[in-house]
Design a protein around this ligand. Sequence first.
Ligand SMILES: C[S@@+](CC[C@H](N)C(=O)[O-])C[C@H]1O[C@@H](n2cnc3c(N)ncnc32)[C@H](O)[C@@H]1O
Ligand SMILES: [Zn+2]
Length: 338
Amino acid sequence: MTEFCCPNCKQALNIRQAYYTCEPCRIDYRQYVGIPNFKQQELYPGEWKLLEEFEQKYSQASFIELMEYMDSIPKKNVLPCELRRHQRFAELNEEDKRQYLANYTKETIVKPGKLQLEITQFLINKAGYRLRGGRCLDIGCGRGPWAVTAVDLFDEIFALDVDMASLILAKKYCQENDISNIQFLSATASALPFSGDYFELINSQAVLEHVDDQARTLKEIKRVLQPGGCFTGDSINRYNLFTPEPHIELRLIGFLPKNLAHKLSLWLRKLPYDDIKPLSYNELRLLLRQAFDDHFKIVPLSESPDNSLTYKVMRRLPAKLLNLFTHTHYIIALKNNR
Ligand SMILES: C[S@@+](CC[C@H](N)C(=O)[O-])C[C@H]1O[C@@H](n2cnc3c(N)ncnc32)[C@H](O)[C@@H]1O
Ligand SMILES: [Zn+2]
């Protein structure tokens, strides 16, 4: 018996060597470098084979070597949301590549992790929530910025992503930095491999616009939260008037029909856009209501801790307009005790 359950039937799993097994579903979930993989299908053809290669490299390579190796795989094996980084990496000359790798952990793990944790703390203070520091889950953890920064606040952290390659990298980072209480796992956010009432806090930042099924994801989050537990997250705004869309750096793209936005992105940025689904304020509110009834707040940006010029300008807008046209919505939701 393990702490995980089957993402399909939610029954307990047995563990046998490198596999978690669901007897009722007759499915074996394999682990890679000790990270269970609860997906049944590859994200792209050849994913399992590539993961075996990463697994073989894992013990010998450093974090940076492993990342360089992963960033050099063929484009056909790169997830749509990782393409932009992959594309930029390929365009760097040798000197810039060296610089990028040297600054990588500072710029893409330490700095964003600190900012994301500040946002979580800001949101829980806003809701008057008192953190006990029990067990938490970071959904769509990527290469782990939030989880590795939050590590001292919790007894136990689970960090989940659909992309196993990112998790292997995040695990290597932890190993090199003596972080031992994060359990990584690969699964989709819309089918979480945990029984109900499991986590005190769930965080998910820069993820909701990526997930396959946003409504199911929010319901799954509510299901696995303990009664009285809380969810902190964000969601980029489709109708953003202020900043370029963060994935493709095109302004006002959300005002176009989705298929046109995708075509324009392919043409101007050589990047797909049909995998990103930014929600409007009203769409987000509806989905949160379906999952959490009235126990949530979409927090106006003007109250966020960020102090850059864009935020200063936006702070002058009335809250209603800001909610409609801001670039990001912050979310705090609670699972009530009943
Ligand atoms: C923009 S990245 C953000 C990563 C991390 N939260 C951060 O802020 O650095 C989006 C992440 O969501 C993950 N993701 C996309 N769809 C997902 C899903 N259905 N379930 C879990 N993770 C998902 C991607 O693999 C990627 O790591
Ligand atoms: Zn099952």
